[in-house]
Design a protein around this ligand. Structure first.
Ligand SMILES: Cc1cc2nc3c(=O)[nH]c(=O)nc-3n(C[C@H](O)[C@H](O)[C@H](O)COP(=O)(O)OP(=O)(O)OC[C@H]3O[C@@H](n4cnc5c(N)ncnc54)[C@H](O)[C@@H]3O)c2cc1C
Length: 594
């Protein structure tokens, strides 16, 4: 049953899942399938309807502009730490049944072995995770789709970029779509735009909702538009249930009242990277200084809660091209052509993709030497010993990288992101009741590694620009998507009617150009919807919050299953797949013990 407020005398349940997002829906479904007699309650903050389109036309000068009013998204505002940059930056996360899987951009990237090597828990070693990922049917179908792509001739932009990247940077074609080891390599992406008839299968639509109203699942309940305010913990540090706030259960003149729901067996926090640490802190689990400031009695001191937040600072750059509208996807994204037009007219476009290739790269030792001794040391600490760890990831776009702000003229672009950022941020509560106000810092380019994160973006800007300049279809830069270099600088944007000569020299950036470039990166970096790591699976002495069985340290009856547990890094576009996987693994672990 789906409820917006619980019926009177609802009674106790066996398992409460706090957050009906990507991992939460999978976990709940697997538990219900395995044992229909289990009384399961999923509590979800957002609505149950599938989210309508969350992006709309317009530009904040920063990239895709998501609809701030669409309540399928919840926004967290980060103070930007740098003088002269935009003061606030928002990070959005899902606020709807199905969570991120309901609103995500349908992009599934190739995993990297390195991402899995930072896990320490038994059952969560690299080989376990890779095996589990490849076993999942939807991931396997992505791999099959990518394999199909291998047989489709590349789009003109794709082949020109790959030729130029191979010559200019030595970046090679990844040999297999599920290759998780290659470095300085490029993968061809699968089709991202769903066919009209193709249903978006979120974790809610594809798994939970088909069961929820069936007579065969009488004990499976979902409470939407309600949030878990607090986990209830007894004097033996055992979780007994939760307190829930359901606005639909309140009458206007009534004071805000909370419903207590008891859990006989387990509470699982699946409230996401930005939701789960807040829930723990409201329950007295967290960094004592944070809890003291919010006037919350400390139940279990766990300084790692809410810290170590990691996101991938991302930049988009765009170029002019002589390709026809049908050879890019701009005409489609602006509604000038339909998908059928593109296919039938055979403009050279075999498949409709917003991103055509994904690259995972890092600078050479010689290039690192140019960064100077201070950054060299940070590099040695974080990257030198890990040759499989990419610093930078990119996606090539056969259109304006932010298609919604393109004017429809043929364009090509690139989205560049920190693949393994060193900088981290945090999220914490400030008050004992309610979910606001909170402290949120995205942490971009801050701390010990912030200067290296920034320098790597500078490196990649210069690298990709030289690659584009050597493509036969290059006709200059789109100035609105490049740093505002001085008009007389060698780095100034140009427009050309012919390709540049093959032996064109690299741009010689001046010190002032570097300053403009760095300021631009600090100003424009946006988040990839790819947050992780606020309740890490690590021992307490390493600021960990959960053990390998997903149990919160120092508490019984409370587990976490969402992307907050990621202990190290996660390459872009692995987030949705990884959340599905965590839901599956959580179900396996829990079913063994119930
Ligand atoms: C707009 C958008 C686009 C994205 N695009 C991509 C993409 O193309 N590829 C990709 O791999 N990843 C993408 N992601 C990221 C990916 O979808 C998420 O990282 C992933 O789904 C997170 O799963 P999760 O289970 O950890 O958390 P979520 O799916 O976020 O689930 C957490 C749920 O908990 C609920 N909640 C929070 N607090 C409470 C509370 N106190 N009580 C009750 N409920 C609560 C939230 O409403 C939410 O539904 C995108 C994300 C967004 C938001």
């Amino acid at each position: 049953m789906i409820h917006t407020s619980l019926p009177p005398k609802f009674g106790d349940v066996d398992v409460i899942i706090a957050g009906g997002g990507t991992a939460g829906c999978i976990l709940a479904t697997r538990l219900a399938d395995a044992d229909p007699s289990l009384v399961i309650l999923v509590v979800e903050r957002g609505r149950s309807e599938l989210a309508s389109e969350v992006f709309h036309e317009g530009d904040d000068g920063n990239g895709y502009q998501a609809d701030l009013k669409n309540d399928a998204l919840r926004w967290f505002v980060s103070k930007n730490q740098f003088e002269g940059t935009k003061k606030y930056r928002t990070v959005g996360c899902a606020n709807v049944l199905g969570g991120g899987s309901t609103v995500f951009n349908l992009m599934n990237g190739p995993p990297s072995r390195w991402d899995f090597e930072s896990w320490e828990g038994s059952g969560w070693q690299a080989e376990d995770l890779i095996y589990s990922l490849q076993k999942r049917t939807d991931v396997a179908s992505t791999i099959r789709e990518a394999a199909r792509m291998k047989s489709i001739p590349p789009m003109p932009i794709e082949s020109q970029f790959m030729t130029s990247a191979a010559k200019r940077a030595g970046w090679v074609d990844a040999q297999h779509p599920s290759d998780i080891d290659s470095m300085n390599a490029i993968w061809r992406d699968s089709d991202q735009v769903p066919d009209q008839e193709q249903e978006r299968k979120s974790a809610a639509a594809g798994h939970l909702l088909p069961r929820i109203n069936k007579m065969t699942y009488p004990n499976f309940h979902v409470l939407v538009e309600s949030f878990v305010q607090r986990v209830l913990i007894d004097e033996n540090n055992k979780v007994t249930g939760v307190e829930v706030y359901s606005p639909a259960a309140q009458s206007n003149d009534e004071e805000r009242s909370l419903t207590v729901i008891k859990a006989r067996k387990l509470v699982v926090a699946c409230s996401g990277v930005l939701g789960t640490p807040l829930l723990l802190e409201m329950s007295g689990i967290g960094d004592p200084s944070v809890l003291d400031r919010a006037d919350i009695p400390v139940v279990v001191p766990l300084p790692g809660v809410g810290n170590g937040y990691r996101e991938c600072p991302t930049l988009d750059y765009a170029y002019k091209t002589n390709l026809s509208p049908g050879q890019t996807t701009d005409a489609f994204t602006k509604g000038i052509m339909t998908k059928e037009d593109l296919y039938n007219n055979k403009h050279g476009l075999q498949d409709l993709k917003l991103n055509t290739v994904t690259g995972k790269v890092r600078p050479s030792e010689d290039e690192i030497e140019q960064f100077g001794p201070e950054l060299r040391k940070v590099w040695d600490d974080h990257f030198k010993m890990h040759p499989g760890k990419a610093t930078t990831e990119f996606q090539l776009s056969p259109c304006h990288p932010n298609p919604i702000i393109s004017d429809g003229s043929p364009c090509m672009g690139i989205t560049v992101l920190s693949s393994s950022p060193i900088s981290t941020g945090c999220i914490h509560i400030l008050e004992p009741f309610g979910e606001n106000p909170i402290v949120f810092e995205n942490g971009y380019f801050t701390g010990e590694g912030g200067s290296l994160d920034l320098k790597l973006h500078v490196w990649m800007y210069k690298k990709q620009r030289e690659i584009f300049r050597r493509m036969p279809c290059y006709r200059g830069e789109r100035p609105e998507m490049h740093p505002p270099f001085a008009a007389d600088s060698p780095a100034a944007c140009i427009e050309t009617t012919e390709p540049l000569p093959e032996d064109v020299e690299d741009i010689a950036y001046t010190a002032e150009d570097d300053r403009v470039l760095e300021a631009y990166i600090l100003q424009r970096a946006w988040g990839m919807w790819a947050s992780i790591g606020t309740c890490k699976m690590l021992p307490t002495e390493k600021n960990g919050v959960v053990d390998a069985e997903l149990g919160v340290h120092g508490i019984t009856g409370l587990k976490i299953a969402d992307l907050s547990i990621i202990p190290g890094n996660l390459s872009a576009y692995m987030h949705n797949q990884m959340a599905l996987l965590i839901g599956e693994k959580a179900a396996e672990i829990i079913l063994k013990k119930l």
